[in-house]
Design a protein around this ligand. Structure first.
Ligand code: GTP
Length: 318
């Protein structure tokens, strides 16, 4: 079986980090964002097709030097074709039921269960749905009582929203879907789904967690979830009279009389100096936090130096 991961977006909301690397490769706790999806795939998925465009060379480089235990095929778009166009562009690789994912999703959905239910229902596709309090910033989905999808709304007004269920960006499709995707730039959500409702598009609901990691706020939420679920670790660090609070993942970092945590991840070569305070943040390789600086709810790109006494809050710096 094959899975497609849409990995060609520009990741503008994670800039400036995504000026230097594509969003799927932005590290999230223990591995690049896209690897959280690849590692969660059912065993029967032997091939992953990555629909790439923005910074495809970086993705090629990563996958040629990392064995993911599955065949990885990168398919390029000369220009981003949108979620539907990107799927159509990889159609020659897909001649049977396949999974498809937005490349920035972290969730607790049981993919084996989703596949079983999809096969039993027999429609053209299944879409994972996640319930939120306020659906107005999302693609909203309305269903019948037996979870057959009847309506799609993109970012509806509160009073017009068909439900509180949103498209979680995880799909199973039959290859028949390709005959409903036009050429060029096409949006799955806006143009394709509304057209194929009568072919049997079903909802797969789940509980646990779901995060679209494409914004700073959501990224730190995803990081917190993973740390709370067992990814916390302190390894290869030198710790000099520092305070470490709560759950963190600190790797190869010098802690020199600072306060770190909760929910901080650091990557090798970081240095956090005397009196500095870091919480709910991610520091990529070789970041330096100088004396007395404060970093909160932020993502800091490789090699960045937060200057002495500087305060960084709810920001992305690179
Ligand atoms: P923003 O610029 O911050 O909105 O991020 P994005 O470009 O990644 O867009 P968005 O988060 O809406 O995309 C959801 C998923 O679809 C991500 O995994 C993107 O990589 C992917 N994606 C979006 N547009 C395209 C496209 O044109 N081609 C391909 N191959 N993937 C896309």
């Amino acid at each position: 079986m094959k899975a497609v991961i849409l990995a060609g977006g520009m990741g503008t909301r994670l800039r400036p980090i995504t000026y230097a690397m594509p969003k799927p490769l932005v590290p999230l706790v223990s591995k690049p964002m896209v690897m959280h999806i690849i590692d969660s795939l059912p065993n029967e998925v032997d091939t992953v097709v990555l629909a790439v465009s923005y910074m495809k060379e970086k993705l090629e480089e990563y996958f040629s030097s990392h064995d993911c235990g599955r065949k990885i095929v990168l398919v390029n778009e000369d220009q981003p074709l949108g979620t539907g166009g990107a799927l159509k562009n990889v159609s020659s690789y897909l001649d049977d039921t396949f999974f498809a994912f937005n490349g920035d999703v972290l969730c607790s959905l049981d993919l084996n269960d989703m596949l079983k239910v999809h096969r039993a229902r027999g429609g053209i596709g299944s879409i994972a749905l996640w319930d939120v309090e306020d659906p107005t910033a999302f693609g909203v989905v309305g269903t019948t009582g037996d979870d057959r999808i009847t309506v799609f709304q993109e970012k509806p007004k509160r009073e017009e929203a068909a439900s509180n269920s949103i498209n979680a960006g995880v799909y199973i499709f039959e290859p028949e879907i390709f005959s409903h995707i036009g050429s060029g730039v096409v949006s799955l959500e806006r143009e394709v789904f509304p057209k194929v409702l009568e072919k049997g598009l079903y909802a797969q609901r789940f509980s646990g967690y779901w995060v679209d990691c494409g914004t700073r706020d959501n990224y730190v939420k995803a990081q917190r979830i993973l740390l709370e679920r067992g990814s916390a670790l302190v390894q290869g660090c030198t710790i000099d009279s520092s305070v470490i609070k709560g759950q963190n993942r600190l790797i190869g970092t010098q802690l020199e009389g600072c306060t770190v945590g909760p929910y901080v991840t650091t990557f090798p070569g970081c240095r956090i100096m005397k009196g500095a305070v870091v919480s709910n943040s991610m520091l990529m390789d070789n970041v330096v936090i100088e004396e007395g600086a404060v970093v909160k709810d932020s993502l800091i790109g490789p090699g960045y130096v937060v200057k002495r006494g500087e305060k960084v809050e709810s920001n992305i710096l690179a």
